[in-house]
Write a protein that binds this ligand. Structure first.
Ligand SMILES: Nc1ncnc2c1ncn2[C@@H]1O[C@H](COP(=O)(O)OP(=O)(O)O)[C@@H](O)[C@H]1O
Ligand SMILES: [Mg+2]
Length: 252
């Protein structure tokens, strides 16, 4: 049996707000395999963003366990958790989270700054990734000079900079008009299809079911059902997922 890329076991999350407890997750379990694209669909407040932040290692569960390719996140030190976030996870948010004082290519290259890579290598990879979304001509623009859809494309390729195993994407089109939203969703679909990224995308929009292979329905801190499904990873998907290599980039 193959090891899932993400395995969550009976996750509970309780936020303490003064005297009151808010139970955001109530026993969430699922497994995701390499190369699959899953949608986490549910109404506002049901715990979707909380679940992503736990898988990303940004916060810890109150109870339950998360395994990333078999490694228990609760066993990691603070440094190891930071590595987990930087190397294995790419995150994309509704608000893009670009740094306004930096140019487009500098924003994309930021994960390589943290990794201590030299300038030329940073710029080369950032430009290559910008070409993927046909944004290379905006490399020296500032984020404020771009439309929302363009800013989200910049944020998406920034998340690919460190060649992560997993993309965690939270309501990526919440701030976009419908044309830009469809472009962004289509690009994410291609990213899964061609470069075999494992994707978990959070949305409250049921129209997006058509993009993913698996739908996890969530309500009140629980997963109600999981529909669809794809066979666990094959040799081919594993090889392709290993590197978002130069060759893989050329093919996109
Ligand atoms: N940092 C926090 N402190 C307290 N309560 C929170 C916090 N983050 C989320 N919550 C609460 O947890 C529940 C789930 O929130 P969230 O995971 O953001 O849901 P969703 O992303 O599905 O809209 C909500 O009731 C929300 O108010
Ligand atoms: Mg949310």
């Amino acid at each position: 049996m193959k090891t899932p890329v993400i395995k969550c076991e009976n996750l509970t999350k309780i936020y303490k707000l003064g005297e009151t407890n808010v139970q955001a997750l109530r026993g969430v379990s699922f497994e995701l395999y390499a190369g699959t694209y899953s949608l986490l669909l549910g109404p506002s407040g049901c715990g979707k963003s909380t679940l992503l932040s736990l898988v990303a290692g940004l916060d810890v569960p109150t109870a339950g366990k998360i395994f990333i390719r078999g490694e228990d996140l609760s066993g990691l030190t603070v440094d190891q958790l930071a590595k987990h976030r930087n190397k294995k996870i790419g995150m994309i948010f509704q608000q893009f989270n670009l740094i306004q004082s930096m140019t487009v290519w500098e924003n994309v290259a930021l994960p390589y700054v943290f990794a201590g890579m030299p300038l030329l290598i940073r710029k080369k990879r950032a430009m290559k990734l910008l070409e993927l979304v046909h944004m290379e001509k905006y490399a020296n623009h500032l984020p404020t000079q771009l439309s929302g859809g363009q800013q989200q494309k910049v944020a998406i390729v920034r998340s690919l900079m460190n060649n992560p195993w997993i993309l965690l994407i939270d309501e990526p089109t919440g701030n976009l008009d419908s044309i830009s939203a469809n472009e962004v969703m289509e690009f994410i679909r291609q990213l899964n299809e061609k470069s075999k990224r494992t994707i978990l995308l959070v949305t409250h929009n049921p129209d997006y079911c058509k993009y993913a292979q698996r739908i996890m329905y969530m309500k009140d801190g629980k997963i109600l059902s999981i529909e669809g499904g794809k066979a666990p990873e094959t040799k081919e998907t594993r090889v392709k997922a290993d590197e978002l290599s130069e060759e893989a980039l050329e093919k996109m």
